[in-house]
Design a binder for this molecule. Structure first.
Ligand code: SF4
Ligand code: SF4
Length: 394
């Protein structure tokens, strides 16, 4: 389905503001909360860090959370705690399972200060027993007796969201005290997945990709989730800052493009927290500065105009190309892996994911295809991007 192309217009901010004003915000959510009285852990306040409520979990989470796809230094984790970051996201597969180990090392002795989220994989039919085993292994690596949030990793369809096996696994894990809340992460068919999570009533939080390029299309679903009482955790906030053209186009704005990209997402009051991978002390300090400093309305709108300038021909991760290729090339997935490679500089992860695609899902058939039949509403030259991705990632 072709999506609304006007999502980057400046009226989008007004749309969100009006929507948020009309909605009853989750108690305490929104900008500028002081230190929570009922933190999951009792995170210590740090200069300027702000906290929001993670939906119906009532957990108070820092506006900036630490992602750990690349972050592997326990000292950075501890520094993040010192700076007031209390939300930590990991997954059983990040860094070949080392992410959980390193995060656990960083939080050792300070577990009560943190809200910890990890993930498990289901295709919708994955047996509950296997999911529970996966959780046990995660807890072992983390060195913890429980995590606060367990999430489906990368749900792309409604069957995964509605899985009874998963619900059974979560219920049993919660009864055993191994997990407190249930969530869904998604970067494919995001709107459909978020709405399914809202409708089925089994989830406490969603974690989609959302940023100034993706815009209102996902922003609407994020608002719906927030209004339904789900926590809204955002990933890929930095995507606009990673576009090749961004450096020049966004250079004139206050701070740097990364900081603006983070502020843009947090300008949406329907967002609970933004998770960003911050492997180094410098990146951590820079991103914390982004959320502790305020951006004016005019600056945000100027940033949106800058993003609109760089958006043409760039992948918006909209997923509209999913299922379009008659030869079953997994176009949307490959575009995302290309972002990891070209934008985030994470070649290892991009290559690992690409090589894990089923043989028929790679871009190998593109070389022999007479005419690409995939239509991108954002004008991404699909065939040339796929051919390039294959050369770099195969
Ligand atoms: S290539 Fe185009 S259609 Fe596919 S995800 Fe990116 S923006 Fe959407
Ligand atoms: S070039 Fe051909 S094989 Fe490749 S994505 Fe387009 S339609 Fe599919």
């Amino acid at each position: 389905m072709v999506e609304d192309h006007n999502e980057n217009s400046v009226t989008r901010r007004e749309f969100l503001r009006r929507a948020a004003a009309g909605a009853a915000l989750t108690a305490g959510a929104g900008l500028g909360l002081g230190l929570p009285a009922a933190l999951a852990g009792d995170a210590r306040p740090s200069a300027g860090m702000k906290y929001r409520v993670l939906g119906r979990t009532k957990l108070k989470v820092s506006e900036l959370g630490l992602g750990t796809i690349k972050t592997n230094n326990p000292a950075v984790v501890r520094r993040a705690l010192d700076l007031g970051v209390n939300y930590f996201d990991t997954a059983e597969c990040y860094q070949g399972s080392k992410s959980e180990i390193k995060l656990g090392e960083g939080l050792k002795g300070r577990r009560e200060e943190a809200v910890v989220a990890t993930k498990w994989h289901t295709n919708g039919r994955t047996p509950a027993a296997r999911l529970l085993k996966s959780l046990d292994k995660s807890l072992e690596r983390l060195g913890m007796d429980h995590v606060d949030l367990i999430q489906i990793h990368g749900a792309g369809n409604v069957a995964q969201v509605n899985s009874d096996e998963l619900w059974e696994a979560f219920t049993r894990a919660r009864e055993a005290g191994k997990v407190r809340f249930n969530g869904v992460t998604t970067h494919g068919n995001q709107v459909e997945v978020i709405r399914a999570a809202i409708e089925c009533g089994r989830y406490d939080a969603v974690l989609p990709s959302y940023n100034a390029m993706i815009g209102e299309r996902v922003g609407r679903a994020v608002r719906e989730a927030h209004e339904a009482g789900l926590g809204t955790i955002i990933m890929k906030a930095l995507q606009p800052a990673h576009e090749g053209k961004a450096k020049r186009a966004l250079a004139k704005f206050k701070g740097n493009a990364h900081q603006q990209a983070i502020r843009w997402v947090l300008d949406d009051p329907n967002v609970s927290t933004v998770i960003v991978d911050m492997p180094t002390f410098d990146e951590l300090e820079e991103d914390v500065a982004a959320v502790t400093g305020a951006a004016s309305r005019a600056e945000m709108e100027e940033f949106e105009r800058g993003v609109a300038q760089i958006a043409g021909g760039a992948c918006h991760l909209c997923g509209s190309c999913t299922g379009q290729c008659p030869r079953n090339v997994r176009v949307a997935d490959i575009m995302r892996y290309s972002l990891y490679h070209d934008g985030y500089g994470d070649r290892a992860r991009a290559v690992e994911l690409y090589r894990a695609l089923p043989a028929h899902g790679s871009a190998a058939p593109c070389r022999d295809c007479s005419e690409c039949q995939v239509v991108c509403p954002w004008g991404v030259p699909i065939r040339s991007r796929l051919e390039r991705a294959h050369v770099r990632l195969a």
